[in-house]
Design a protein around this ligand. Structure first.
Ligand SMILES: [Zn+2]
Length: 499
C-alpha cells in the first residue's frame, strides 16, 4: 500500500533561539482546576453566579437554547439517579454507527472498563476489529496531482476563502493532520520546541482518528477549519507582533483538539441520559472537559512533550485546557462581557501574558463559530451539516421519548431560522467586538459575509414561506428586518485577504 503523502522536510538549519526556551517557565497559568481531577467546586459556584439568565436577555436565552444546562443542573446533582434512570440504556457511542456495524456488546462490565480507557472513536474501531469487521480502506489513493494541488492550496493557507472541503478531498481525508503539521512547520515550532517528528506525527494521526467521521459536523474537517481560522486570526497584525512561539503552539494545538472525540450530541443530551461524562464533570462544560482530557491523554500517550521539564509540560496541558474550555458556548456572555470591558477601557496589554492568553481564548472562540463569516458557498455547507447533526439528535430524542432539544426538532426548525438566530444572537455580537479589537480588512470582510449570509437565509426563508402559504402571504420571519434585500451568492464579495 502506498503512503498517501510525504512528511514535510524540516528546516533543520535554524538554531533554537534560547530566549524562547527560557521564556516557557515564565508564563503564568490562570487555570486552577487539577488535571484529571474533579472540577473545583469553588470554580463551579463562581461560574454559576457569573452568568445572568434574565429572560429579557435574548442572547443569553438563545445560548441557553443552544446548549446550556446549568439551569437544569440547579435541580440538583444526583449521581444516585444513574442506576435507576430509565434513559440509562442510551449509549451515545452507538449514535452514529452505521447499520453494517452490527450490534455492540457494551453491556459486560469488563469490556465497559476497557472502553473508558479509549476514546469513543477508537473504541468503535477496536470493537469492529474484535468482531472481525475489516477496517475500511480508502476508496482511492491520491496520486501526485492531488498532492501537488493540496500543496498549492497550502501556499494560500492564510486566505479567508480557503476551501477546507476541497483541501480535505485533496488530502484524502487527512486535512487536519496535513494542515496542522504544515502550520507547525511554517512557524518553525517543530525545531523550536525540539518536537520529535515521529511522536508529533503519531499524535496528529491519533487526534484526527479520534474525531468521529460519522458526525455530520463535529468531525476532523471542522477541527481543520477552526485551525485554519485560528491561523488567520493569529496572523492579524495586532496578534502577530505580540504572540510568543509558545502562544502560537498552544493556539494551534487547542484549535486542532478543541472538539476531540465529540459524540455528535450536546451537553443537555448527555445530562438527560445520565451519561457518565456528565456525572464525571458534574454537568459542567462536559464536552469541553472531555475534549481537553482526551487531548491531554494523547499528549501523554505519545510523549510529545516528554522531553520538556515536567512543570512546563503540565503548564502546557493546563493552558490547553483553558483555551478549549473557553469554547463552551454557554459561557459566551462571560467572555464577551470581559472582552467588551477591556475594549471600553482600552486596557488590553499584549505584553501581558495573561492578556495574551485571554486574546487567544477570544480568537479560538471566534474561530470555532466563524462559519457564518465565510463566503456563502462554504458557510451554507457548514450550516447544513450542523443542522443535520442537530436533527439527528432530535430524532434520537423522539425515538427514546426524551424531550426534544429546542434546535433539534426537524419539524419545528429549518436551517435558515436556526442560522439567523445563531448569527443574530451569538456570532454578530462576538465579531462586532473582535472587529473593535482588530479593525482590519479581514474583520470587515467577515462582518460583510455575516450580513450577506443572513440576508441569503432570510431570502430563502421568504421563498419557502411564500411557496408554502401562497403568493399573497407576506414574509413572517421575525428577522426579516435583518434579512432585507436578500442576496445571491454572486453578490457576496470575496474577502480582502484572499487573492
Ligand atoms: Zn468546534
Amino acid at each position: 500500500m502506498e503512503v498517501c503523502y510525504q512528511l514535510p522536510v524540516l528546516p533543520l538549519d535554524r538554531p533554537v533561539p534560547k530566549h524562547v526556551l527560557s521564556r516557557r517557565g515564565a508564563i503564568s497559568f490562570s487555570s486552577s482546576s487539577s488535571l484529571f481531577g474533579a472540577p473545583d467546586p469553588r470554580q463551579l459556584s463562581q461560574r454559576r453566579g457569573a452568568i445572568s439568565y434574565d429572560s429579557s436577555d435574548q442572547t443569553a436565552l438563545y445560548i441557553r437554547m443552544l446548549g446550556d444546562v446549568r439551569v437544569r443542573s440547579q435541580v440538583g446533582f444526583e449521581p444516585e439517579r444513574r442506576s435507576s434512570h430509565p434513559y440509562l440504556c442510551i449509549d451515545f457511542r452507538t449514535l452514529h454507527t452505521r447499520p453494517s456495524s452490527g450490534s455492540t456488546s457494551a453491556d459486560s462490565s469488563p469490556e465497559r472498563r476497557v472502553h473508558r480507557l479509549l476514546s469513543f472513536q477508537r473504541y468503535l474501531h477496536s470493537s469492529r476489529l474484535l468482531r472481525g469487521i475489516p477496517q475500511q480502506i480508502p476508496l482511492h489513493i491520491l496520486d501526485e496531482d492531488y498532492t501537488g494541488q493540496a500543496r498549492c492550496m497550502l501556499e494560500k493557507v492564510g486566505t479567508w476563502n480557503f476551501d477546507i472541503f476541497l483541501f480535505d478531498r485533496l488530502t484524502n481525508g487527512n486535512s487536519l493532520i496535513t494542515l496542522t503539521l504544515h502550520l507547525l512547520n511554517q512557524y518553525g515550532l517543530v525545531e523550536l520546541f525540539q518536537l520529535d517528528m515521529l511522536k508529533l506525527w503519531r499524535f496528529l494521526v491519533m487526534v484526527q482518528e479520534d474525531y468521529h467521521s460519522d458526525n455530520p459536523y463535529h468531525n476532523a474537517v471542522h477541527a481543520a477549519d477552526v485551525t485554519q481560522a485560528m491561523y488567520c486570526f493569529m496572523q492579524e497584525p495586532i496578534l502577530a507582533k505580540s504572540l510568543t512561539s509558545c502562544d502560537i503552539l498552544l493556539g494551534l494545538l487547542a484549535a486542532a483538539t478543541h472538539d476531540l472525540d465529540h459524540p455528535g450530541v450536546n451537553q443537555p443530551f448527555l445530562i438527560k441520559t445520565d451519561h457518565y461524562l456528565a456525572t464525571l464533570y458534574r454537568n459542567n462544560s462536559v464536552l469541553e472537559n472531555h475534549h481537553w482530557k482526551s487531548a491531554v491523554g494523547l499528549l501523554r500517550e505519545t510523549g510529545l512533550f516528554s522531553h520538556l521539564p515536567a512543570e512546563d509540560s503540565l503548564n502546557m496541558e493546563r493552558e490547553l485546557g483553558s483555551l478549549i474550555l473557553a469554547t463552551d458556548i454557554s459561557r459566551q456572555n462571560d467572555y464577551l462581557c470581559r472582552f467588551r470591558r477591556h475594549l471600553d477601557q482600552d486596557n488590553l496589554c499584549v505584553s501581558n501574558a495573561s492578556h495574551r492568553h485571554f486574546l487567544l481564548q477570544m480568537a479560538l472562540k471566534c474561530a470555532d463559530i466563524c462559519n457564518p463569516c465565510r463566503p456563502w458557498e462554504l458557510s451554507k455547507q457548514w450550516s447544513e451539516k450542523v443542522t443535520d447533526e442537530f436533527f439527528q439528535q432530535g430524532d434520537i430524542e423522539k425515538k427514546h421519548k426524551l424531550e426534544v432539544s429546542p434546535v433539534c426538532d426537524r419539524e419545528m426548525n429549518t436551517v435558515g431560522n436556526i442560522q439567523i438566530g445563531f448569527m443574530t444572537y451569538v456570532v454578530e455580537p462576538l465579531f462586532a467586538e473582535w472587529t473593535r479589537f482588530s479593525d482590519t480588512r479581514l474583520s470587515h470582510t467577515m462582518m460583510g459575509h455575516i450580513r450577506l449570509n443572513k440576508a441569503s437565509w432570510g431570502a430563502l426563508l421568504r421563498e419557502q414561506s411564500s411557496v408554502a402559504e401562497g403568493p399573497s402571504s407576506p414574509g413572517t420571519d421575525p428577522e426579516d428586518g435583518a434579512a432585507t434585500g436578500g442576496s445571491s451568492s454572486k453578490e457576496i464579495p470575496q474577502g480582502s485577504r484572499e487573492s
